[in-house]
Design a protein around this ligand. Structure first.
Ligand SMILES: [Zn+2]
Ligand SMILES: [Zn+2]
Length: 222
């Protein structure tokens, strides 16, 4: 059955060099000469799976077809996300309902399903905590060490020493012996971070402020 080239409308003979449109919905055959595909281009298309020939019609349609497919995918994705949110919501609901359920005496039971450990005496288990924020604390005598600060906080906050992060802040070109004071960059796990702003844990006159990493100070471990 003779097929016609959609471009020139003439029949395609079995010996004519042809190329087929790569679009699954199309697959029309063209004379290569009618669609300006010379031997070099044809070779490249054959060798490289990332290159494909599409007829003019498909080229013009493809952005629309792609957009339609994308929007369908987006709809489906939204449905999946909504489903997940609903499930999550229900889980939390059950969690808290269960946690607040009345016990035998009819008294309200407090929700104790989520607790955060605060035993600062255990060094046996290594705990991984999130550290997102830092404070800058000063001014201290230059003889003050990072260990001094860590020790102090561990005692005041009843927190394990290993959980306190502290770095002495020293300017790049500073000569330590000439400095009149020093500051520290300090962090503790996120869930307790606000405690660093409790003035009663700091000696009189010490200033605590959020640490901004863009500050010109350079941190050196001493
Ligand atoms: Zn043709
Ligand atoms: Zn096509």
């Amino acid at each position: 059955m003779a097929e016609n080239c959609p471009k020139c409308k003439k029949s395609i003979n079995s010996k004519d060099p042809i190329i087929i449109c790569n679009s699954d919905d199309c697959l029309k055959k063209f004379h290569r000469t009618c669609v300006n595909v010379d031997d070099a281009v044809y070779d490249a298309i054959q060798k490289n799976p990332l290159i494909a020939f599409n007829c003019d019609e498909c080229k013009n349609q493809s952005p629309k077809a792609l957009a339609a497919k994308l929007s369908t995918m987006e709809d489906k994705l939204n449905k999946v996300c909504n489903g997940i949110n609903q499930i999550q919501g229900r889980m939390y609901q059950q969690y808290f309902q269960f946690g607040n359920a009345n016990n035998v005496d009819g008294k309200k039971q407090t929700n104790n399903l989520i607790v955060v450990g605060n035993n600062c005496n255990s060094d046996r288990l290594q705990v991984v905590c999130d550290y997102g924020r830092w404070v800058q604390v000063g001014k201290f005598a230059t003889s003050t060490s990072e260990d001094d600060v860590i020790e102090h906080l561990a005692e005041e906050l009843k927190i394990n020493k290993n959980l306190v992060k502290c770095t002495k802040l020293v300017k790049n070109d500073a000569n330590l012996s000439q400095l009149s004071y020093c500051k520290f960059k300090i962090s503790i796990p996120d869930y307790r971070f606000s405690e660093l702003f409790n003035e009663s844990i700091w000696p009189s006159g010490v200033m605590v402020s959020p640490f901004t990493p863009r500050s010109q100070l350079n941190q050196n471990r001493i």
